[in-house]
Write a protein that binds this ligand. Structure first.
Ligand code: HEC
Length: 155
């Protein structure tokens, strides 16, 4: 149970830091010097996405964070099968996600995205064992990709 609470705290922290970086960005845009400030303050690699792709990506991301929350909630209830289903369908390498990842020109991003979704399928497999410790370990592995990608790339 303590591990679960720790996990939830880490997740909340991760989401809050993404939010605050979005606010920083909005603030910098207000100052009308977004490009200049980015190159000074934000060392992450820009994906150079179109406005439509940006919205699409953010919607996918919000679905990812929701999936992680659902999985943690289901784990706390011992509902491993439901959690496994969410892992496969929302975080796994579905045809849609494969297409999405392959559409990126940046090879590192593409490979990170594909590896992330494969870890989602691995999480689905581990959840099926109904072993809480192993399941938390697999969720941690999947979330390592969230953290790694956010530290490396921005839109
Ligand atoms: C392969 C890269 C990659 C992976 C893996 C990844 N993300 Fe993201 N995510 C991004 C990028 C890029 C952004 C946009 C960040 C920016 O421009 O500052 C983003 C943004 C977000 C946002 C902000 C959404 C919004 O509406 O503002 C959330 C929440 C998020 N990600 C959650 C997650 C979670 C949870 C995971 C893992 C379960 C995850 N992401 C995995 C690349 C990734």
């Amino acid at each position: 149970m303590r591990i679960l609470i720790m996990l939830i705290s880490i997740l909340l922290f991760a989401v809050l830091s993404i939010n605050s970086s979005a606010e920083d960005k909005a603030h910098r845009m207000d100052e009308g010097s977004q490009h200049k400030m980015h190159s000074v303050e934000d060392g992450r690699i820009s994906l150079g996405l179109s406005p439509a792709m940006k919205q699409h990506q953010l919607a996918n991301m919000r679905s990812h964070v929701e999936a992680v929350q659902s999985i943690i909630g289901l784990l706390s209830e011992g509902a491993f099968d439901k959690a496994s289903h969410i892992a496969y369908s929302k975080l796994g390498l579905t045809e849609e996600m494969k297409k999405m990842c392959n559409s990126f020109e940046n090879e590192t991003f593409k490979n990170l995205g594909l590896a992330f979704h494969k870890s989602g399928d691995a999480l689905g497999n581990t959840l099926k064992t109904k072993d809480l410790t192993k399941s938390l370990g697999a969720l941690n592995t999947t979330m390592t990709y969230c953290v790694q990608c956010h530290a490396t790339f921005r839109q």
